[in-house]
Design a protein around this ligand. Structure first.
Ligand SMILES: [Fe+2]
Length: 349
């Protein structure tokens, strides 16, 4: 479960020996320890810039699962100061596991719009990603769409998606519940199920691949995968998938497109609180948001922060202003609805 952490052992060993072995000058600024679900290449440019600015060193533990369990197991002795992860579901899980602490900081609160942070300060969004419709350039004429329209019988057999239980779709469905009410959202989900071309499967990129292969006309996916496919030199066939689709931002004419976040939280027993705040303040800055967003083809949470040109090329996004905390509150209902409707069984059942 521990992955890609070349600096971990050395880093935390150094931490344990700080008092005895680290030169006084280096000690003055100290360290901040980060537990991250996000991959090294996404956060290293930011952390380098932070150290350059502040003199505070960063140590990172990368995990691809069990981050919150690990911090809980470490208890009061946990070296974790700051947690970095994606998805409102994960951020809320971290909070509910009780391994975060509330942060009330003027700079951070001013930098991060209220809809993208926990009202109690247990988590903060840094970048957003739209959950959009991938549409066949060849077979779909229209350039606008709504989520509601995905239930229109005109799309029968033409829509592809990954499992309805995946956290990206759960957040989307939770936003449908928050916006439409549970009854209408369920009717909508039944319509969506009836329009699927088969059982939901694969990841977001697989939906673009299915459109490329002519299996469906519409897919549901996150914006950043379009950038990842467009620039994928390791698997250049993905560039073809990206070329076959256009991005439709749902509901731009009314409430806006559902967005999810990548974010940060302060760990419950952060041993380096001051440095953690310094890092969180830096990460919330427009400058850092822009660097962070660009690494993964995402959007900064601050509209005034710079969005990368390639990301702009997908089209204009108007994010739904519904607070993410409210969406989080409907996640359980969304998951139960997916089971009740039998979404993952496809249109036949
Ligand atoms: Fe993803």
């Amino acid at each position: 479960m521990l992955t890609k952490s070349p600096t971990l052992k050395a880093g935390f060993a150094a931490l344990a020996m700080t008092a005895a072995f680290v030169p006084a000058a280096a000690q003055a600024e100290g360290t901040v320890n980060i537990y991250s679900y996000r991959q090294p290449f996404l956060i290293e440019p930011l952390l380098d810039a932070f150290t350059e600015k502040t003199g505070i060193e960063t140590e990172v533990l990368f995990l691809d699962q069990g981050l919150e369990d690990r911090i809980a197991a470490e208890g009061e002795n946990s070296p974790a100061d700051v947690i970095l992860t994606v998805d409102i579901g994960r951020l809320v899980n971290v909070e509910e596991k009780g391994v975060t602490q509330s942060v009330d900081n003027e700079t951070i609160n001013a930098n991060i719009p209220a809809e993208f942070r926990d009202p109690e300060g247990n988590w903060f969004g840094l970048t957003t990603r739209g959950r959009v419709v991938y549409a066949s350039k060849e077979r779909v004429d229209q350039d606008t769409i709504t989520y509601e329209e995905l239930a229109d019988p005109k799309w029968k057999g033409k829509i592809c998606m990954r499992s309805g239980q995946h956290m990206y779709n759960i957040a989307l469905f939770a936003s449908m519940i928050a916006n439409l009410g549970e009854e209408k959202a369920e009717e909508w989900m039944k319509g969506l199920k009836a329009n699927l071309n088969g059982k939901p499967n694969g990841n977001d990129r697989a939906q673009a691949q299915a459109i490329y292969a002519g299996e469906c006309d519409l897919g549901i996916g996150n914006t950043y995968y379009v950038g990842k496919m467009m620039t994928n030199d390791k698997e250049p066939e993905q560039k073809e998938w990206a070329k076959a689709i256009k991005v439709l931002f749902p509901n731009t004419e009314d409430r806006g497109t559902h967005v999810n976040i990548s974010g940060m939280a302060m760990a419950q027993h952060a041993p380096n609180q001051e440095n953690a705040i310094a890092l969180m303040e830096y990460l919330s800055s427009a400058e850092a948001q822009a660097i962070y967003a660009e690494q993964n083809f995402e959007y900064p949470v601050l509209p005034s922060a710079e969005t990368a040109e390639l990301v702009k090329s997908f089209g204009d996004i108007k994010p739904d202003s519904l607070p993410l905390a409210e969406i989080a509150a409907h996640r359980k209902a969304a998951s139960e609805m997916v089971d009740r409707v039998g979404l993952d069984e496809g249109p036949e059942s």
